[in-house]
Structures are given as structure tokens and as C-alpha cells.
Design a protein around this ligand. Structure first.
Ligand code: ADP
Length: 319
């Protein structure tokens, strides 16, 4: 069978960051320098942090002098019912979550032109930014990142939330190199036990096979587990496992489970074994988050309690 045509909701570019604002010839006007909510609170906009497919994110300072991130969605982009439903789902889900490894959702409000979400500020940028500088990490550093990502994942699943877009670009870092999972724009809530989701969404390199190829059965929490396997491989090997130029070819490789462990980037047998078990095509056979955390790769070996700032530029010495 052929790979399906690229799904409408999946961002269609193979590499990160995802495509910027699409179908928009002109950039929307910047939000005001002083952003005010209806309760008389105001935030001073001080810097532009980045943009994704749906929002622009700014650094702001609140009246207490605290620096925050402010995610801005223009009301112009919320004219369709679908766009509104999507934003409300993001807000509803993100608001529910409170965990040291999840970007803290502080507040949301609106003015005439925009909807705003104030969020915990992640001054370390995304894991993608650090990854680009390092092109891969040591096993000890990877353990440090993975255990926090898995902690966030376990918490989300325990609160009936599937993130559905876990990837380096959506995993942020605070000033102390703590992981903060963010961007709940594709997250879904499982409202009835056993419920399966049918919307095809995600980012090509990280998308689980059942999302693309088992649309009749749908998907659930296991899609996030798959993405943690892609993240683990990427952190250690230096590029995503199924990556090729064409998105269609990525989907073919995901369907046929084609990826390799290159000789020029040797990793431990335990790491290989864990990646192989997570990247299992059948979601029912994939390990649970508990089983992953218990795996020798994560439960044995050097485990740094924190990463020094120098980790941005080279492998830190943990000896
Ligand atoms: P979208 O939902 O449109 O994809 P994201 O939530 O991924 O938007 O944010 C877009 C960009 O803004 C990110 O890639 C990052 O550079 C920046 N950003 C988002 N949230 C934060 C945050 N809490 N702290 C710092 N930067 C952030």
C-alpha cells in the first residue's frame, strides 16, 4: 500500500521548525506595547520570542516585574469555527496541567484584536535550539532530558491528555536547563475510557504509524510514547530516525519501520534496545511510560542531577 497523501493538519515540512504562518502574505500587526486585560492588569511587551503555525510569542513583564511569555493569536485567524474550537481546546487542556516539566499556563484574556495566553517564560529556548548547536547529546545528558520528558508525559496521560505533538521544537528549557513541555495546540482530552482519536495530526518526523495508517481504529496515548522514542533516537544519533527530504518518503519509512543505527554514531546496546522497543509499530506492543523509565538505559549509568550551562556548546564532564 502507498503512503496516504500528507494529512491536512500535520505540518507538511520534514524538518523543524514547522512552517511559519501559512496563507498569510502580510504579517499581522504587532500587539500593543502595553497589553491590558479586562481586570486592569497590564503587561509590557519587551521582545519577540518566536512564532509557530498559529501564534506569535513575546516576552512581557507584568506589573510585579515578573518576566513571562505571552502567546498571541490574532482574532483574524479565528474566524472559522474550526480555528476557534482548536484554540479553546488548547486553552482548556493547557490550563488543567500543573507539573514542573510542563510550561505553566498563567492566564488568558483578550482585547479587540487578539487572544493572549500568558505562560511561564522559558529563557533556555527549545531543545531544538540546543540540539542544533550540539548535533546530538551524550547518553548521560540524554538520560537527564528523557526522564523529565517522560515525567511530563506520565502526568499528562494520568490527566487524560495526549499531547500529540511531542518534538524537540515543543520542548522548552528554563534558565536552569529544566525541561518544560509546551505547545498544547494539538493536544486531545480522552473523555471516555477506551476512546480513540481519529484526527490525523502531528509533525511528520515524529508521527506514530497508527495515526497515519490505522485511521479506522484511531489512536491514543501510545502516540506520545512513539514520539518519545523518536526524540530519544534524535538526541543520541543527531537526526530523526525516519528523516528524508520528502514527507511522503518519511511516511513510507514509518509504515515499514525503516531506520538504522549508523556505525559512525555508536550508542550502547541498552539505548538501541530501548529505541527499538519504543518504535514498535503496533501501539499495543509499545512499552508504557513506566516500563521505559524502568529500562536499563534510564535506570543504570551516569545520571546527571543538572546540566551546566556549558552543555550548550559541548559535552559536560560528569566524572
Ligand atoms: P504554535 O502553537 O503557533 O506552534 P508555539 O507554542 O510552538 O506556537 O510557540 C512558537 C515559538 O515561540 C516557539 O518555537 C518558541 O520559540 C517560542 N515560545 C513559545 N512558548 C514559549 C515560552 N513559554 N517561553 C519562551 N519561548 C516560547
Amino acid at each position: 500500500t502507498k503512503a496516504p497523501t500528507p494529512p491536512t493538519k500535520a505540518k507538511e515540512k520534514a524538518s523543524e521548525p514547522p512552517l511559519g504562518r501559512q496563507n498569510n502574505k502580510t504579517a499581522p500587526p504587532s500587539p500593543p506595547r502595553i497589553i491590558s486585560d479586562l481586570r486592569g492588569r497590564s503587561y509590557q511587551r519587551i521582545a519577540f520570542l518566536g512564532e509557530g503555525g498559529f501564534a506569535r510569542v513575546y516576552e512581557v513583564v507584568d506589573q510585579q516585574g515578573q518576566n513571562l511569555a505571552c502567546k498571541v493569536v490574532t482574532k483574524d485567524s479565528l474566524k472559522t469555527k474550526k480555528a476557534k474550537t482548536k484554540l479553546y481546546a488548547e486553552i482548556r487542556i493547557h490550563k488543567m496541567l500543573e507539573h514542573p516539566n510542563i510550561v505553566n499556563f498563567i492566564d488568558c484574556f483578550e482585547d479587540e484584536d487578539n487572544v493572549y495566553m500568558s505562560l511561564e517564560l522559558c529563557t533556555g529556548g527549545s531543545l531544538m535550539d540546543v540540539f542544533r548547536q550540539r548535533r546530538g547529546f551524550s547518553e548521560a545528558e540524554t538520560r537527564y532530558f528523557m526522564i523529565q520528558i517522560l515525567g511530563a508525559c506520565h502526568y499528562m496521560h494520568a490527566h487524560s491528555v495526549i499531547h500529540r505533538d511531542l518534538k524537540l521544537g515543543n520542548i522548552f528549557l528554563d534558565a536552569n536547563f529544566n525541561i518544560k513541555v509546551g505547545d498544547f495546540g494539538l493536544a486531545a482530552l480522552i473523555e471516555n475510557e477506551g476512546e480513540r482519536k481519529k484526527t490525523i495530526c502531528g509533525t511528520p518526523n515524529y508521527i506514530a504509524p497508527e495515526v497515519l495508517f490505522d485511521t479506522a481504529n484511531g489512536h491514543s496515548y501510545e502516540v506520545d510514547v512513539w514520539s518519545t522514542g523518536v526524540i530519544l533516537y534524535t538526541l543520541l544519533i543527531g537526526r530523526p530516525p525516519f528523516q528524508t527530504r520528502e514527507v511522503k518518503d518519511i511516511y513510507d519509512r514509518i509504515k515499514d519501520n525503516i531506520y538504522e543505527f549508523p556505525d559512525k554514531r555508536p550508542i550502547s546496546a541498552a539505548a538501541k534496545e530501548l529505541i527499538t522497543s519504543i518504535l514498535t509499530k503496533d501501539p499495543a506492543q509499545r512499552p508504557t511510560v513506566y516500563e521505559i523509565v524502568d529500562h536499563p538505559f534510564l535506570s543504570q549509568g551516569t545520571f546527571p542531577p543538572y546540566l551546566p550551562e556549558a552543555a550548550c556548546n559541548g559535552v559536560p564532564d560528569f566524572s
